[in-house]
Ligand binder design. Structure first.
Ligand SMILES: [Fe+2]
Length: 241
């Protein structure tokens, strides 16, 4: 991959005829819409000081390269395979992870789900209460920064975590919900109390409709959405953003 500098000697050169296909990140609601469960300040800082920074750094590395016209998902899949491209991989993965995180919440969300996801929770966990217990335990036992996911794997639900910028997109899983476990996601509202943040997510924010929509799409798709084998999980865990 080449990163030629433009005329000013600092920013990457933009080659004519190539355009990025990745949109600048935004949220599907206004900054104050998740209050009081998640404050406006938390969402402002999170989008502008974290996700947009990752997007800007990713964009600077993509412009003028042979990867410039790829989708965000394909940038992640291609760069994850090459350790020399892992700086770009972790910025792209963080953009994708946050895009799903915003959609995993909604104003006046939370509580027990209905629909397909409720059926699969009963199948996998027995009761919603047991799912909540395991979800909270996975969040509290995860060491350091990372993500907590509810994924569809081999025909059933699983709760998994990834470290740092790790993403289920490269594990062969389909992510139904994602919860940011980086401290920047909850420190302003809960200081270091991760468990209070996870409770607020489950009780007041979680967007089960998004999980149900993804499950419905998966059911109507003739091909698995993700075909990568689970190869590089340990390598992902070594990446520090
Ligand atoms: Fe974050």
């Amino acid at each position: 991959m080449s990163y030629e500098l433009g005329p000013d000697g600092r920013t990457p050169n933009v080659q004519e005829g190539r355009r990025m296909n990745i949109e600048s990140p935004g949220m599907p609601y206004n900054f104050a819409d998740l209050e009081p469960a998640m404050s406006r300040d938390t969402l402002v800082f999170h989008l502008l000081r974290h996700q947009r920074v990752c997007f800007d750094r990713m964009s600077a590395m993509l412009r003028g390269s042979e990867l410039e016209e790829l989708s965000l998902e394909d940038v992640i899949r291609v760069t994850e395979r090459n350790p020399a491209q892992h700086t770009l991989y972790r910025y792209a993965a963080e953009v994708w992870n946050h895009n799903l995180f915003w959609r995993s919440m909604r104003p006046r969300g939370g509580g027990a789900p209905g629909g397909l996801v409720a059926e699969h929770i009963r199948t996998r966990f027995g009761t919603y209460e047991r799912f909540v217990r395991e979800f909270k335990e996975a969040a509290s036992s995860h060491f350091g920064s990372g993500w907590l996911w509810l994924v569809w794997r081999a025909g059933g639900l699983e709760i998994v975590t990834t470290s740092n910028a790790g993403t289920p997109l490269v594990r062969g899983d389909t992510a139904l919900l994602g919860l940011d476990l980086w401290e920047h996601a909850y420190y302003l509202d809960h200081q270091n109390r991760r468990s209070a943040y996870v409770s607020a997510f489950l009780d007041e924010l979680v967007n089960w409709e998004h999980a149900n929509r993804t499950l419905a799409e998966l059911g109507s798709s003739p091909e698995p959405r993700v075909v990568r084998p689970r190869v590089a999980i340990e390598a992902e865990r070594q990446i520090i953003l």
